[in-house]
Ligand binder design. Structure first.
Ligand code: GDP
Ligand code: MG
Length: 437
């Protein structure tokens, strides 16, 4: 699904601390592909990723400490905006408030009529009346009665009448007479957009002038959903969209495209067949869901936990006292290795990349470094300045390495201690926090 795909796209950024312009471009390309795969309209996907790219470069993602997270945030914010920003309620100002349900056959109109009636009754203390205007199939009227019985909401129907406009009007009259303050009109849909259906829904719309015309769409229908939404909106200029069947293998793409194409808010979502499976649509929650933010965040948290807090505190003290030695160097490297690629990690620290250029530690090199450090006396480890030529020779022999490598390690150690000191200042505070200090 879209969430997985975006996750994969953003993986590039999670793995690599440092974001370059090239990899912002690469990542947004991946995001675009993910959106397209989820049936988001091509033009929308392109505009979207262009905006993300612009923002990412504008907000200095390149120099930030955790570029992956900032990038995810930018993508999330943009997605939220794209789906409408704030959540919008429905207009209940009429007396009674008339709500007209529209959409294709099978989109979930009848089910949602019941869900909405139940929601307004239980959550908003309204007194709703359901009206059955699907006159083509007797079963459709039965279905609405079953739903009404389930939630304890009366249903107005007239099996003798085959004029949906007249039935709708009679339903509203009944509501007025009997004190119902919300009327929900369930209508007939067809399998695809056709003139007859459009003419009928347009007649009902004109005949009752509802406060709220809702377009119900099956979120699994992908790109088709967008075309259908456009066709209904052209005729009805509807007030909001209901996205149903978001419980299955979700194609979040519909939510993104419909809002951009018809510029109408998504108001509710359906998440199952039961009457309780209705939720107010919150753009930011939907964006979270699409992005699988929880995963990204927990990934970062896990990485941070792997730094042993106790160890970090000890080392910090030593750095402060200028007593950072080879033992600390070793444990520091061991800590960092637990988190994965050291170069990537260090790349997250602004300015540290340069100091660490020579410190490319692969597994083998790491074993050699360990061997060298273990060949030192405790005194040599804590006071590396003591390492003269003859000591170096002895250590090299003990570790089975060349003296040249000892020199190289000393140089790296020097760079590392310098960096550690540097990080005691302002720029490194975040790094120390990350180490749990
Ligand atoms: P209508 O033709 O537009 O009135 O659609 P219905 O309300 O009859 O729904 C068509 C089918 O979709 C029925 O089997 C419903 O149970 C099912 N359905 C409706 N809404 C949802 C939903 O949010 N999730 C799931 N899983 N099924 C739904
Ligand atoms: Mg129906």
């Amino acid at each position: 699904n879209l969430s997985d795909k975006l996750d994969k796209a953003l993986h590039v950024l999670k793995g690599h601390g440092q974001i370059t312009e090239i990899n912002v471009a690469e990542t947004t390309k991946e995001v675009r592909r993910a959106l397209l795969d989820a049936d988001v309209n091509f033009k929308i996907a392109k505009e979207f990723t262009n905006r993300v790219k612009e923002k990412a470069l504008g907000q200095n993602v390149l120099t930030t400490l955790q570029p992956g997270q900032l990038m995810v945030k930018i993508v999330k914010d943009e997605l939220t905006q794209l789906m409408g920003g704030e959540s919008e309620g429905i207009n209940l100002s009429g007396n009674p408030s008339v709500i007209l349900m529209t959409g294709l056959q099978g989109s979930g109109k009848t089910t949602f009529s019941g869900k909405l009636a139940n929601f307004l009754k239980t959550k908003k203390s309204k007194k709703p009346l359901l009206v059955a205007c699907d006159v083509y199939r007797p079963a459709a009227i039965d279905q609405l009665h079953v739903v009404g019985d389930q939630i304890g909401v009366p249903v107005y129907s007239d099996r003798e009448n085959n004029d949906p406009v007249a039935i709708a009007q009679a339903g509203i009259a009944k509501a007025k007479a009997e004190g119902y303050n919300v009327v929900i009109i369930d209508t007939a849909g067809r399998l695809a957009v056709d003139e007859k259906m459009m003419a009928e829904i347009s007649d009902i719309h004109k005949g009752i002038q509802p406060q709220e015309t809702l377009f119900v769409v099956d979120s699994m229908t992908g790109q088709d959903a967008v075309n259908t939404a456009k066709a209904f909106n052209d005729i009805l200029n509807f007030d909001g969209v209901i996205l149903t069947k978001l419980d299955g293998d979700t194609r979040g793409g519909a939510a993104i495209s419909i809002k951009s194409v018809v510029d109408k808010p998504i108001k509710f979502i359906g998440t199952g067949e039961k009457m309780e499976a209705i939720d107010v649509f919150y753009p930011s929650r939907m964006a979270d869901r699409i992005l699988g933010m929880g995963d990204v965040i927990s990934l970062v948290e896990r990485a941070q936990e792997q730094f042993d807090e106790e160890e970090a505190r000890k080392i910090q003290k030593k750095i402060a006292k200028n007593k950072f030695g080879f033992d600390d160097f070793l444990s520091q490297i061991q800590q960092i290795k637990k988190m994965g690629n050291m170069k990537d990690l260090m790349g997250m620290i602004p300015g540290a990349g340069k100091a660490l250029k020579g410190l490319d530690i692969d597994d083998d090199a790491f074993k050699h470094i360990e061997a060298i450090i273990y060949s030192m006396t405790p005194e040599e480890r804590s006071t590396p300045s003591k390492l003269d030529a003859s000591r170096k020779k002895r250590i090299a022999k003990g570790a089975g390495r060349e003296v040249q490598e000892i020199n190289q390690l000393l140089k790296q150690f020097d760079q590392m201690s310098k960096m550690m000191k540097m990080m005691q200042g302002g720029g490194g505070k975040k790094m120390m926090q990350m180490m749990g200090a």
